[in-house]
Structure formats: structure tokens, C-alpha cells
Design a protein around this ligand. Sequence first.
Ligand code: DGL
Length: 285
Amino acid sequence: MSERAIGIFDSGVGGLTVFKEVLRQLPGEEYLYLGDTGRVPYGTKSPRTVLRYALEAAAFLHARQVKALVVACNTASAVALEAIEEHYRVPVIGVIEPGARKAVGVTRNRRIGVIGTEGTVKSGAYTRAIHRLDPGVEVIAAACPLFVPLAEEGWADHAVARLAAAEYLAPLQQAGIDTLVLGCTHYPLLKQTLRALLGEAVILVDSAEETARCLTLLLDEGSLRRISAPRPPRFYVTDVPTRFERVGGAFLGADLTGVEQIELDGGGDVIVPLKSAGANRSELI
Ligand code: DGL
């Protein structure tokens, strides 16, 4: 069991911020990363649709015998984590609980801000997770939809990002938050902009770091750490890989090559890897 790979999925490139942190904390493992680039974004879609997508993504990785599943996407974690846990026997880790736990641990005035996609904020998943840990904490949540395209455009430190951040975060600043949960895969790229706006007094909680820590604990508790030499990670996407390779390289801080395009089929049991179905990369682009 310990020799099996760890499966990570996200709606696209964003989850690479989580993967980067997981890789830093657990370099000795083998990873399968799936980015559902054909159907991104999840953050603007209904919970029902995201649930279906997430179950299909989980099915794809589960069929490859992973020993643990990481739901790197905040929106998918918010609406689909329990369903995935119910469907599969492997340990499943989402990004909401680890981020909430860290935020509750570091806040001093018990006023926590949460930013995420529309779907994540509407789901109330962070608020529920924080209140499970401390019902007395005040949670002020805001959707920041423009941050996703800005990060992908490489404009995380651009004047446009600074304007958007000032607008989105004004109510959180007025509420006097001392902790801000970056509840979306893309937001760690905006740390500098957020730090400049909020100052040093507000603690930024990066869900990716906490999720990687939880995964480490989980592997240690289950004696699931890989013993033999690590294998290179494999990347799968559901649209042509070109954009994922280009944008994802910046997210991961490393070159991304050999990304394979696959199809996620309906219920998730019949999945056709396009390459093994006889198509080559040039036919797919
Ligand atoms: N990965 C998504 C999240 O963390 C952001 C991008 C999207 O909307 O799909 O919520």
C-alpha cells in the first residue's frame, strides 16, 4: 500500500500551489495530479455540477490505485468532500478543514476573514469548519472571483490586482479581522498584494501549507510513507495540455512537460485515456 501514488485533483492549474507545498513537505512520494482544465472554473458552477465533476475526478485517480486522495480545489472540497469520502475507502483530504484549523489556532481577536470563489463562499463550508472548532469566532467571508483570472494572467502583483483586492477586502478590513484564510488555490500567488494592503498585523493562512501538513500526519499515522525511491509525478488534464503547461509552470515554479490529456467519462467508471486510445498529442491540439 505504501508504494502507491498519492492522487491530487483540482479544477485546473490552481491546485499546483497545493501540489508544490505537498511536494516540498513530502518529496519522497509518487504523485498523480489531475487538472480538470476542460471544465474549469468550478467556482462559478452550481454545487450539483461541481459534485459530479469532483466524483468523476476522484474516480479517475482511484482507478489508478492511489493510497490517498487530496482534493486541492477549495470549491470541490467545499461541496464534494463528504461524498468522495463515502464513495472511496482511501483516506481523503480536503483543503477546508486544515485552513480552518490553522486560522482558529492563530487568531487573537477571533475575527477571521475568508476569501474564496463564489461557490466556496456560498457553501459556507469554511464558516462551518471554523465554528465547529470555535463557535465564538466571527467569520467574515468574501468572494473574490477576479483573483483567479488575474493569477493565471500573471497579474497577481499588478495595479489591477491591487484595486480589486482593496475593493473586495474593504468589508473585512472594516470588520477588523486579524486573520485571513486564502480559501482558493490561486490566492497564494496574491500574497504580496494582500500583505501590502492588509499590513503585517493580519495573518495570512495558506490552506496549501496546512493541507500538506495534514497529509504528512495522515501518512505517518497509517505507516503509508513510500519506502522505495520516488517516481516523477504524472500530470493529467481534460483539455489540450498547452495552457496548463505554460500557466502551470509559473504556479509550480518548475517546468511542466509530458502532461497527458484524458477524458473523464460520466459516472467515472469508464474512463478513456486518449493517448492509449491511439491518439497522439498533435491530433488533440
Ligand atoms: N480551484 C478553484 C478553488 O480553489 C479555483 C478555480 C476555479 O474556480 O475552478 O476554489
